[in-house]
Design a binder for this molecule. Structure first.
Ligand code: DCP
Ligand code: MG
Ligand code: MN
Length: 337
């Protein structure tokens, strides 16, 4: 059995994690970014502990866990309960907002607006609310998208896309990224990076958008495309849903990447998002700048705004990005902060 830092089960701290996760859900709902981050870090750290963390002192010894969280961990272990959680259970309205937040593409503003307008359930939304195309898909496929995707099925979706891509260009590569690449036993969606060693973004885009995607719709694999942004349309991304015959719809994200940016893009797309943030912060501290296209130096900032893109240090090779940053290589399985 592969080491799985994302697995929910067999941790000696699973009961503590379960309760902290409910606090995290609450802070996510209230859009409290600092506490959200603190809880995610603490849960990640706990999940990696081989032994049960039972006391405040034991918790404090773990990097990423501060005094307040250490107190809560001790309280949970002692009482099998967290009093603070009782105050977050909230009203019916809170619970409905939480439900609506589970709809693909719906944030706190939209969810609260619907509740204020009197919608109380998914059925309400489906039957009475004026919905955008994305929102309608999100509501109608709520239960599909809420289901975790087993590792094996992620691989099958990846293989179908790879076959279609390589039928058009045998040198094009399809790599499964996201939580799958971090070793997770199941995933929330399917993240596929599509690249070709010496191709430009425009070349890859033309093949994928004009030929491969229409073909995958024709053969019944792709179900719908989901626009990602109302404003600037990012041509390197495609979001949608796919399905194996007779199976539920799955969320699928394609990221198109020129060969020269492969290393930076796979680093970004492997995540997790908090690990990405810590790598970018580290780059900044060292006078460099990291984004999904490459690692740069001599970036000029004025009042926090980038006024010069800087010089590219590395983009193609993921390992060389770690080396140039002066960080020991971290295998994807360990990229959880
Ligand atoms: N990503 C990021 N910042 C974001 C969103 C995504 O850095 N705000 C990067 C890191 C993620 C990767 O993209 O790991 C894929 O995004 P997903 O939302 O698909 O997240 P995961 O694949 O990590 O988890 P899940 O299993 O929930 O899909
Ligand atoms: Mg994912
Ligand atoms: Mn994704």
């Amino acid at each position: 059995q592969k080491y799985d830092p994302n697995a929910k089960g067999d941790s000696p701290n699973s009961r503590t994690i379960e309760i902290l996760q409910q606090m995290l859900d609450y802070y996510t709902r209230t859009a409290d970014q600092w506490r959200t981050l603190a809880y995610r870090k603490a849960i990640g750290a706990l999940r990696r502990q081989p032994q049960m963390v039972a006391t405040r002192a034991q918790a404090l010894a773990i990097p990423g866990i501060g005094t307040r969280l250490a107190d809560k961990i001790e309280e949970i272990v002692l009482t099998d309960h967290l009093r603070r959680l009782d105050h977050t259970k909230g009203t019916t309205e809170d619970r409905i907002i939480q439900k609506f937040l589970g709809i693909y593409g719906v944030g706190l503003v939209q969810a609260s607006r619907w509740v204020a307008q009197g919608y109380r359930s998914l059925e309400d939304l489906r039957e009475r609310a004026p919905l955008s195309k994305n929102q309608r898909v999100g509501v109608e496929r709520y239960h599909d998208f809420a289901q975790r995707i087993p590792r094996k099925e992620v691989e099958e979706h990846g293989a179908i896309v790879r076959r279609a891509v390589q039928a058009v260009d045998k040198d094009m590569q399809v790599v499964i990224a996201g939580s799958y690449r971090r070793g997770a036993l199941d995933s929330g969606d399917i993240d596929l990076l599509i690249t070709k060693p010496d191709a430009s973004l425009e070349q890859i885009q033309r093949l994928i958008m004009n030929i491969v995607i229409p073909q995958l719709f024709d053969n019944g694999f792709l179900q719908v495309g989901l626009a990602t942004s109302r404003h600037n349309h990012d041509a390197s991304k495609w979001h949608g849903a796919s399905a194996l015959p007779g199976n539920v719809w799955r969320r699928i994200d394609l990221l198109l990447v020129p060969g020269a940016e492969f290393g930076a893009a796979i680093l970004y797309f492997t995540g997790n998002d908090i690990f990405n943030r810590s790598m970018r912060l580290l780059a900044r501290k060292k006078g460099m700048s990291l984004n999904q296209r490459g690692l740069y130096t001599d970036v000029l900032h004025r009042a926090g705004v980038k006024i010069n893109p800087g010089r590219l240090l590395e983009g193609r090779d993921e390992r060389r990005i770690f080396a140039t940053l002066g960080v020991p290589w971290r295998p994807p399985e360990h990229r959880i902060c």
